[in-house]
Design a protein around this ligand. Structure first.
Ligand code: FES
Length: 96
């Protein structure tokens, strides 16, 4: 199991390893807004405050999208992440 800490609302939940972050957020009621769920709108952007190494690898498309936004490397599109261990995320959204 992985512990996922949603920092924005200080919500701590557990999920099986490999679960997608959107599934965890949906099941727990975490306050992350999802739009496209395919990595193309940016509404689900989060900062991974802990456990970046426990997130699934970025696709080239996600990397390109985030680099166009010019955001730090600790940020991910939540809809593109599955959880491989304990993480903590802060919801940011599309606004810079
Ligand atoms: S929901 Fe659109 S990029 Fe994640």
């Amino acid at each position: 199991m992985a512990k996922v800490h949603f920092l924005t609302e200080d919500l701590l939940v557990e999920a099986p390893l490999g679960t997608s972050l959107p599934d965890i957020a949906d099941a727990s009621g975490a306050d992350i807004t999802f739009g496209c769920r395919s990595g193309s709108c940016g509404t689900c952007r989060v900062r991974v405050a802990m456990g970046l190494e426990h997130c699934s690898s970025m696709t080239a498309e996600e990397r390109d999208f985030l680099s166009q936004l010019g955001v730090p490397s600790d940020q991910r599109l939540a809809c593109q992440v599955s959880v491989q261990g304990d993480i903590a995320v802060e919801y940011l959204g599309i606004e810079p």
